[in-house]
Design a protein around this ligand. Structure first.
Ligand code: SF4
Length: 330
């Protein structure tokens, strides 16, 4: 039965293959590990539609891991602007430098796992897709498919991995992994799974219960706290004063408007001209924008007509848009 599941799943993948710039079509030689790695890092917390053009631009600028290793970190962070979770970009540079220093990517999940920013899922995905290793790549999509297929309400990671390995063929592990990911993303969706189009419907324990969406049971989210902070808008002669955030921590190393620390007990300053609300993983933030004339911190003057080149992350880009929008409306 399990061999049939893999066969049907892969056939469905072959018939419905999504052409993506980091993938090789089924039956063709695997993609370069550099492209698999980069796409997997970009896709963490970001949608395929957003990643696609950004991936293409990124590999055009740095076509190899060696080219990326030689790039200044600030350039990579600017290129990453808007994709969020900037620790990923800093780890990307650190990882590229280590890989270039070693003369290439390690060819196994265990070897990849020790590189900066590469966790259990990413190492297994690269090993399976680029190197053909039978490595169980488990992301939330795969976890959901396995939980439903086996009818598990709250499976442990080990159970899900065992479930994947039991189904995974030795000859085409890369296609199998991608087939699982695609099934989870497009058919076995968190809500309203399209079981009528699923090649695994007859094997699926959750489908047999009549309520597949109930698997796996939803986890309770920790409540998010709320913080507030100030960003200063300092403008002279058509330029705005920007600083670089400290290298570690949230938005570390990114271009930013200067400002205060963010805290839970700050209230709206009287001289704020507006605020932007931004939701991070663990807290939401109101960033109040306050015009100011004195300089703050070490930074540089960024011409307003070249603000897009500064690599501002979304939070600060929205703060800048707020000021420029108010001005345009006046
Ligand atoms: Fe998911 Fe439905 Fe397919 Fe089961 S039958 S794997 S619940 S889409």
């Amino acid at each position: 039965m399990t061999a049939n599941i893999a066969k049907r799943l892969i056939q469905h993948y072959v018939d419905n293959f999504r052409r993506l710039p980091w993938r090789s079509p089924p039956h063709e030689p695997p993609p370069e590990p550099y492209r698999v790695w980069l796409s997997e890092v970009m896709l963490q917390q970001t949608t395929v539609a957003t990643v696609r053009p950004r991936f293409e631009r990124f590999v055009e600028r740095w076509p190899t891991v060696e080219a990326l290793a030689a790039a200044p970190e600030a350039d990579v962070l600017s290129e990453w602007a808007g994709l969020g979770y900037y620790a990923r970009a800093r780890n990307l540079v650190a990882c590229a430098r280590e890989v270039a220093g070693r003369g290439g990517f390690p060819g196994s999940a265990a070897g990849l796992r020790v590189l900066p920013g590469i966790g259990a899922y990413t190492s297994a995905a690269i090993a399976a897709i680029a190197f053909g290793e039978k490595a169980p790549a488990v992301d939330t999509n795969v976890e959901r498919v396995i939980a439903r297929l086996y009818g598990l309400s709250a499976p442990s990671r080990a159970e899900v991995e065992a479930g994947v390995l039991a189904l995974m063929p030795t000859d085409r592990p890369g296609d199998f992994v991608q087939a699982m990911m695609d099934l989870g993303a497009t058919i076995c969706r968190p809500r309203n799974p399209r079981c009528g189009e699923c090649p695994l419907q007859h094997d699926c324990a959750a489908f047999a219960t009549g309520d597949p969406q109930a698997f796996p049971r939803a986890r309770k989210r920790a409540a998010r706290s709320h913080k507030a902070g100030v960003a200063y808008w300092i403008e002279r002669g058509g330029s705005v004063w920007l600083v670089r955030r400290p290298p570690r921590g949230l938005l570390g190393g990114m271009a930013a408007l200067p400002g205060s620390d963010w805290s839970e007990d700050m209230s709206r300053p009287r001289d704020a001209i507006g605020a932007v609300r931004h939701v991070f993983t663990h807290f939401s933030l109101d960033l109040f924008v306050v015009p100011r004339s004195e300089l703050e911190g070490e930074g540089w003057w960024q011409p307003l007509d070249r603000l897009a080149e500064a690599g501002l992350p979304t939070l600060y880009k929205r703060a800048a848009d707020l000021v420029l929008g108010i001005r345009a409306a006046a």
